[in-house]
Design a protein around this ligand. Structure first.
Ligand code: HAH
Length: 372
């Protein structure tokens, strides 16, 4: 090789290797920054309530794991404990994912909220049918429900401190009371009380919650209040209400949020905010496809509204700390959120406090920046 060529190749080689080592060491720095024990949400809120997050097994590794351990001290399995995934056939349970999540929590000293024991969605088909494919009787369905709840609650006894026992039993239509689900149709109104009784039999120490969404809308709030009151008067073991808090920059208002907290806590039960996120779009009930030309970027205007809404709700959470005993986010970061597929499949949403790179968003700093 002649000297001229060599004098060209060597600096190019050096420059390339310098820049590539730079980017990988930058990644390493970022990784160790995430891992380092800097303050997280759980620390800012230490004297208020635990701060949780919904997880799948994918959250238990890599950079999401680092973020999870830095920021949160409670977890909820997003899907792993739902009836369909965990009990796919009458005589078979699928424990792997739920077990990994509970083991992870035990290893790292995190609390676990169980989610959920009865829901109209993600219930397995077999549950409602006999071997001929006919609908089962009330007695058979109650037996199956008892078996299911006893088996799942018992497996995690002492490791899951709170359960969402019944999810979303109130109808979407303000003119109806209970949702006309298979549970309601086959068992009747008392399917709710029965589910709580079964869970309490299996683990008398677990805190049992009724969990729902749109719980600050006055018409739905009042129907949920009515249900809780009935259950409490009948001495059903219900210890709290889970307010999902799938909110948006449009709702709830401060007034609605205050009134809801005051109304539910007047029953003498605990409040958990169980599935917090802050959509940048209005709530939609029905599933639909993304419209051609529908824009889904986080504009500065939307971001500003989201910052203000997050600040408002956490100000209220701290004010009502006496009644609020847990706050959980539904997913870790904007990298993956259930709202990317619901209700509009494929429309990106940005509802959380960490961005797609797992960096703290401006809203994060509003949430943790408060005077004690
Ligand atoms: C929640 N439902 C569920 O509790 C949770 O288990 C799920 O992972 C996501 C959201 C909210 C909801 C829905 O699923 C359908 C229509 C309205 C609201």
């Amino acid at each position: 090789m002649n000297n001229r060529l060599q004098s060209l190749i060597v600096p190019v080689f050096l420059a390339v290797s310098f820049f590539s080592s730079c980017s990988s060491s930058r990644e390493m720095q970022e990784h160790s920054r995430l891992k380092s024990s800097t303050k997280g949400l759980k620390d800012y809120y230490k004297s208020f309530f635990p701060i949780g997050v919904a997880v799948g097994t994918q959250t238990l590794q890599g950079d999401e794991k680092d973020l999870l351990l830095r920021e949160f001290n409670s977890i909820t399995p997003e899907n792993a404990m739902k009836m369909g995934p965990i009990h796919p056939a009458e005589d078979s349970y699928f424990w792997r994912d739920a077990d990994s999540i509970v083991n992870f929590a035990q290893q790292h000293g995190l609390r676990v909220r169980g989610h959920n024991l009865l829901w109209h969605e993600q219930a397995p088909e077999w549950m409602f049918k006999d071997s001929q494919g006919n609908q089962v009787s009330r007695e058979v369905l109650l037996d199956r429900l008892r078996d299911h709840i006893h088996t799942v609650v018992n497996r995690y006894k002492g490791k899951i401190y709170a359960w969402d026992v019944v999810n979303e039993a109130i109808d979407d239509d303000p003119d109806n009371y209970l949702r006309k689900s298979k549970w309601y149709e086959i068992i009747g109104e008392d399917f709710i009380a029965k589910a709580f009784q079964f869970a309490h039999e299996a683990d008398p120490n677990a805190l049992l919650f009724y969990n729902d969404y749109n719980t600050e809308r006055p018409e739905k709030r009042d129907r949920i209040y009515k249900l809780l009151k009935q259950l409490l008067e009948a001495k059903v073991p219900v210890h709290g209400v889970g307010l999902q808090a799938h909110w948006s920059i449009f709702e709830p208002t401060e007034k609605e949020l205050r009134e809801a907290i005051e109304k539910y806590s007047s029953l003498g039960i605990q409040i958990h905010f169980t599935e917090v996120d802050m959509s940048v779009y209005p709530w939609e009930k029905d599933r639909r496809a993304k419209q051609p030309g529908e824009v889904d970027t986080l504009t500065p205007e939307l971001e500003q509204k989201q910052i203000a809404q997050y600040k408002m709700v956490f100000d209220i959470f701290r004010e009502y700390r006496k009644h609020i005993t847990s706050v959980t986010f539904w997913n870790v970061s904007d990298r993956y959120t259930w709202l990317d597929t619901y209700p509009v499949s494929g429309r990106k949403n940005y509802p959380l406090l960490f961005d797609t790179q797992l960096k703290r968003k401006k809203a994060y700093w509003e949430v943790v920046n408060f005077k004690k």
